[in-house]
Design a protein around this ligand. Structure first.
Ligand SMILES: Nc1nc2c(c(=O)[nH]1)N[C@@H](CNc1ccc(C(=O)N[C@@H](CCC(=O)N[C@@H](CCC(=O)N[C@@H](CCC(=O)O)C(=O)O)C(=O)O)C(=O)O)cc1)CN2
Ligand SMILES: [Zn+2]
Length: 780
């Protein structure tokens, strides 16, 4: 088998969460805008019909086949995420979902993912350093594993029936366990890896069934190998694959890693695994891997060289890739080198063909998933002497034009950003003095209530934005409609008796995209959807040049909202680190430089809001934790510039201006000191869907003197929390946090919820806050 064709490791998601509601949302989206897939889902929409999951899959397989891809992955489709699919495969359903065995059906699957009327959802967390999420398996010594989802085999057979031979992809057994957590009640010291012996028999059943169905290759994703693992964790890989070796005989086996380079020790473990035919590496994010490979790669093994960036939208630099591939060829041999994407194409946009509004020059600099597949094939062909000269010279020309384009450079911005490095930016007064000054002005009760910013995004709202964008309604009509919505949200919050209000963000499609659309140096796609979780997708803006703010972005709406109420109205901004981490960023300068540029733009906005009389300004840094490098040695540098960027945005406001920030979805405990160092006056932070892990850091004695609102209920689930439940949570918080710094708020924004859920939930939240205020007052 030669390299012509190559393999693309393409774990594209081909379907979206499909309980009824999500299905309806899919149906309503127009052609080209169904955001659940990474690849080509729009080809699959029938004229008036549903994007049927089987059709979605078949279209993607066919597309890859047509592009010349030789090893086409299957079992990459998911109704939620691939880790939850593995949980289903292993039958590891937590008992509270009342599953009684048998093939896992939608009801159980979506109850785990999203909760149901009586049981909350399982924890959801970030997939490595991406904006994608997965449902965290809950395991313990009592779990009885059983083969309960035959999806991997079904998809393999489905492709085969269509005449497409595929490589079934499974989440590797070790990564699965390393991404799990001990179930409630299970000792913290319980070793999840001790479950290997129990899950491997299920993997063996799957492997046997795949073999029987005719598979000749199989891929295990073991991305945890790129993290700093301990030696017993590395040992687990050796044990697991030794145990699988005899089952795997007769199959070609790929172990795939991605998102960073593999540390030297892990590289050694990985390349020594028994029964493995090939190893996959991310050569875009992994600066070291190349040296490791040069230092010793097992002879006779395949190397899947991830040279085409699966996490960005830039056209591959063919010249540079060819030189890397050329050097690898010398090491592993011509017939053992496979050209690949760096990771799943799930994390990039779908197809440039759907972007008629991006100008030609910008487009020539880019490659979305559909183009990346073609790039993979072109590189593989070039290696075998079938170089498409025209394609290669167009690629070189595009790179040259990007390098020298005046559109990319704004000297004033570069100068201002360069001046920030190495300096410090802090507010002059310390936080407790600031809080006192603010309280004089705001006069809030104890346990003040607030929300995170967005209110439900209704169909009508989306329609208004869409029609305005399409110039079907005038600016006047648009402003009128949004103003009415803001007024509705303000009145609702007053009725609910919330203390610090928000305007509800009805003018925003997305908290990052909205700012991207107004900043210079950004381009945005019309249809470049990327899945975030379940059926939720985002359209990351594209940063191609130096960033600046031509004019105020939020002042108009925020001052309008403030004028509707006597209560404090929060100005609502997205912070620089989050804009950076949730955009496709330029790859021609370090990330921190781009971040400082965005920080300067947001700083101007913060100061304009203050001038306009907004006294409380929230600067969301939802993605700060997610951007944390996967390797410890790189953390300090990142946290330094990320926290610095945040402080730059608000170091210029007066003491009485209260700066809030918000973070969601992550483990903060390991970066709590950086969070404190952000020096915000108030932080609202996700808490309820991760077992209140956040609180343990305060239990362990970390001092926190600024305002803090750990979320009192999960907003990602349609479930309505009761007053008692919320009051309980507040009481738990009061055990570790001072009464005078605690805020009461949901975990995150409410945009994905319906009013029928939001109204009672907030009502209960305010009732709970009042209940505890009364209790505290009478206890005095
Ligand atoms: N960038 C980002 N990342 C994030 C979050 C976030 O808010 N933003 N939150 C966390 C969780 N992730 C989330 C990701 C997406 C959504 C979300 O609600 N996405 C919306 C799309 C958002 C959007 O931009 N919508 C456009 C319209 C999109 C569209 O498809 N329009 C259709 C019609 C759609 C319809 O009628 O439903 C059309 O024009 O034809 C708008 O509102 O203006 C969705 O999937 O439904 C929520 C949370 C973590 N990461
Ligand atoms: Zn959030």
């Amino acid at each position: 088998m030669g390299i012509e064709g190559g393999l693309v490791v393409l774990k594209s998601k081909m379907g979206r969460g499909c309980d009824r509601e999500a299905k309806d949302r899919v149906l309503k989206r127009g052609k080209n805008t169904v955001p659940d897939l990474s690849l080509y889902r729009f080809y699959l929409l029938k004229e008036n019909g549903l994007p049927h999951s089987a059709e979605l899959r078949s279209s993607i397989w066919k597309q890859m086949k047509d592009a010349g891809i030789k090893f086409i992955p299957s079992n990459t489709f998911s109704y939620y995420d691939q880790v939850l699919d593995t949980t289903a495969m292993l039958g590891a359903v937590p008992p509270r979902y009342g599953w009684n065995g048998g093939e896992i059906e939608f009801g159980t699957y979506f109850s785990m993912a999203r909760g149901n009327a009586s049981v909350p959802a399982m924890e959801m967390t970030k997939w490595f350093d991406t904006n994608y999420h997965f449902i965290v398996p809950e395991l313990g010594p009592e779990v009885k594993f059983s083969y309960s989802s035959h999806k991997a085999v079904q998809e393999y057979k489905e492709a085969k029936a269509l005449g497409v031979e595929t490589v079934p992809v499974l989440v590797g057994p070790v990564s699965y366990l390393l991404l799990s957590k001990p179930a409630k009640g299970v000792e913290k010291s319980f070793s999840l890896l001790s479950l290997l012996d129990k899950i491997l028999p299920i993997y063996k059943e799957v492997i046997a069934e795949l073999k029987a169905a005719g598979a000749s290759w199989i891929q295990f994703d073991e991305p945890t190998l790129v993290k700093d693992l301990e030696s017993h964790q590395l040992q687990a890989f050796t044990s697991a694959y030794s145990a699988l070796e005899s089952s795997l005989s007769g199959l070609n086996v790929i172990i795939e890693t991605y998102f960073a380079d593999v540390p030297a020790a892990a590289f050694k473990t990985l390349t020594s695994l028994k029964g493995v035919t090939g190893f996959g590496f991310d050569l875009v994010r992994g600066a070291q891997t190349l040296d490791l490979i040069k230092g010793g790669f097992p002879s006779g093994k395949y190397l899947f060289a991830g040279v085409v960036d699966g996490r960005n939208i830039w056209a591959n630099d063919f010249a540079s890739s060819l030189s890397i591939l050329g050097s690898l060829e010398g090491i592993v041999g011509k017939d053992k080198l496979v050209v690949s994407t760096s990771c799943s194409l799930l994390h990039t946009a779908v197809d440039l063909v759907n972007e008629p509004k991006l100008d030609k020059e910008l487009k020539s600099w880019m490659a979305f998933a559909a183009q990346k597949v073609v790039e993979v094939n072109a590189l593989a062909k070039a290696l075998t002497g079938h170089k498409d000269e025209a394609f290669f010279s167009a690629n070189a020309a595009a790179h040259a034009s990007r390098k020298s384009s005046p559109r990319v450079t704004n000297e004033a911005v570069q100068k201002a950003a360069a001046a920030l490095k190495g300096s410090d930016h802090r507010r002059a007064t310390n936080v407790s003095a600031r809080l006192d000054a603010q309280q004089k002005k705001l006069n809030l009760p104890i346990l003040p209530t607030t929300t995170i910013g967005s209110f439900p995004q209704t169909m009508e709202l989306r329609k208004v934005r869409r029609e305005y964008k399409a110039k079907k309604i005038s600016e006047e009509e648009y402003i009128k409609a949004i103003k009415e919505e803001i007024n509705k949200v303000v009145k609702l919050q007053e009725e609910l008796d919330i203390d610090v209000l928000v305007h509800g963000e009805p003018e925003r499609n997305d908290m990052v995209e909205y700012f991207g659309e107004q900043l210079s140096g950004f381009a945005f796609s019309a249809n470049g959807w990327v899945q975030s979780y379940g059926s939720r997708c985002v359209k990351p803006p594209i940063i191609y040049g130096d960033v600046s703010r031509p004019k105020p972005m939020t002042v108009f709406w925020s001052s309008m909202a403030q004028s509707m109420t006597a209560r404090p109205m929060k100005g609502m901004l997205t912070g620089p680190v989050t804009i950076l981490n949730w955009s496709f960023v330029r790859n021609d300068q370090p990330r921190f430089e781009t971040c400082y540029q965005i920080a300067l733009a947001i700083k101007e906005e913060v100061e304009d809001l203050e001038k306009a009389g907004i006294n409380v300004i929230q600067i969301d840094e939802a993605a700060l934790r997610e951007g944390l490098p996967l390797r410890k040695s790189e953390e300090a540098f990142y946290l330094d510039w990320a926290v610095h960027s945040f402080r730059i945005t608000n170091c210029g406001v007066s003491d009485t201006c209260q700066i809030h920030t918000h973070m969601c979805y992550s483990n903060f405990n390991d970066i709590i000191h950086s969070i404190i160092d952000m020096d915000a006056d108030v932080i609202t932070i996700e808490n309820s869907r991760s077992d209140e892990k956040l609180l343990s850091v305060f239990r362990e004695g970390v001092k926190y003197g600024a305002g803090i609102g750990p979320g009192v209920y999960d907003i990602h689930s349609p479930r309505i929390p009761s007053t008692d439940e919320i009051a309980d949570r507040i009481n738990k918080m009061l055990q570790v946090l001072e009464t005078n710094i605690l805020w009461v708020n949901p975990d995150c924004g409410l945009k994905t919820r319906k009013y029928a859920e939001v109204n009672p939930a907030l009502q209960n939240m305010v009732a709970a806050a009042k209940l505890i205020r009364t209790q505290l007052a009478s206890a005095k």
